[in-house]
Design a protein around this ligand. Structure first.
Ligand code: BJ8
Length: 380
């Protein structure tokens, strides 16, 4: 990262990260490097780092391919699932096209059933994810991580040693530490950057194929932000939680910030959910260490999902959050049902306002979103 550039230029570069990655993924293929496509944060990327493979987050945030998906899937299905399937089916996602293998997990019902159809046109490997954080669940996921490693060895004709995995763990822990240092800049009041820039930078890093370069890049960005200081005025501080954000759902972040508030933290999978906890480097069993880290991701497919409450509670305090907005994608039953528990926690235990928002990938509800968000922000 060039420190001579100003912050808006740097954030613009992050926002364009996906486009640049389109070109880079082709170069990776030309160099005969393995490419692993993923849809979810439960995939232990340490395995990919261990074998020097590129990991690509597959396109799932636009409504462009939903009509094609609806030829095969029900209309009243989560847009993220339809979009994922549609991009694969229509071959409009270069990352999907160049992926040698696509990895899915048994998270929500819609996603896991969709993968059955995706497997008709792409090699898909499914990791069985338990729905409960327990010692039995950890054992099950540990076995699944070993099965995943063996699948990668078989597909790519390689051997992944425990030492390779330890290197993967060190690289990914360093990356997570750097991302935390970056989003922690939002603990300052007023926040030094917008939530839109924060999210674009976070998403931009997912398209960086050399994970080892991320810490230096993030630290340079933090240095730059600190050097520029905070110029704006104090604003109501919002936590965004719920389904992943990015692409079409940037409209929610925009609606919040256009209403005069600041999104100071993203608890969801586009932000802190999978980043906060590291893999225990001192655990002699690398597979157990990976299983324990990943099973703790507080996704609503876990029942009960205490880890979401725990992380939200910590972040509400650390980021001095004034209000929580819980974004649900249409037909996402697990997050929608969990909303009541989140509301009770946020209102009752934290004593701050909570709002649940349902949306999809169209832009048809932007006016309605803006009105509801503005009324919420007004109240803070
Ligand atoms: S770990 S949040 S990335 S599953 S929004 S497809 S849950 S119906 S995206 Fe997710 Fe992994 Fe969980 Fe994170 Fe289903 Fe809901 Fe759609 Fe979802």
């Amino acid at each position: 990262m060039e420190l001579r550039k100003n912050l808006p230029e740097i954030f613009e570069e992050f926002a364009e990260g996906r486009q640049n990655a389109f070109l880079n993924v082709k170069k990776i293929k030309d160099a005969d490097k393995p490419v692993i496509g993923i849809f979810c944060t439960y995939f232990p990327q340490e395995l990919a780092v261990a074998m020097d493979a590129a990991v690509v987050s597959l396109c799932a945030t636009s409504d462009e391919t939903i009509p094609a998906a609806e030829q095969d899937l029900p209309k009243n299905l989560c847009p993220l699932i339809k979009s994922s399937y549609g991009f694969g089916k229509t071959d409009k996602c270069p990352f999907f096209y160049f992926s040698d293998i696509v990895v899915g997990e048994t998270t929500c019902d819609g996603k896991k059933k969709m993968y059955e159809y995706m497997a008709e046109f792409k090699p898909v490997h499914i990791m069985e994810l338990p729905n409960r954080v327990s010692e039995d669940g950890i054992t099950l996921y540990r076995n699944e991580i070993i099965r995943m490693k063996e699948k990668l060895e078989e597909v790519f004709g390689i051997t992944i040693t425990e030492e390779d995995i330890r290197r993967g763990i060190r690289v990914k822990n360093a990356e997570r530490d750097a991302l935390k240092r970056f989003y922690s800049v939002m603990k300052a009041d007023p926040a030094p950057i917008t939530g839109t820039d924060l999210l674009n930078a976070m998403l931009g890093t997912t398209f960086h194929f050399n994970r080892e370069e991320i810490p230096a890049q993030m630290d340079a960005l933090v240095e730059k932000i600190k050097a520029e200081g905070t110029k704006g005025e104090k604003k109501p501080r919002i936590m965004l939680t719920g389904c992943p954000t990015g692409g079409a759902t940037m409209k929610v972040v925009k609606a919040i910030e256009d209403s005069g508030a600041s999104v100071v933290c993203f608890e969801n999978c586009s932000g802190a959910k999978a980043v906060e906890e590291n893999v225990d480097e001192s655990n002699p069993d690398v597979y157990d260490a990976l299983a324990r880290k990943y099973i703790n991701i507080g996704c609503s497919c876990m029942s009960p999902n205490d880890n979401r409450i725990k992380l939200m509670g910590e972040m509400i305090d650390e980021y001095r959050v004034d209000g929580v907005i819980d974004m649900e994608l249409q037909a996402c039953h697990t997050y929608a049902v969990e909303g009541l528990r989140i509301k009770r926690f946020v209102n009752g235990e934290k004593g701050i306002p909570y709002m649940q928002l349902e949306t999809d990938y169209s832009q048809a509800d932007v006016g309605q979103l803006t009105t509801r968000v503005a009324a919420f922000v007004e109240m803070l």
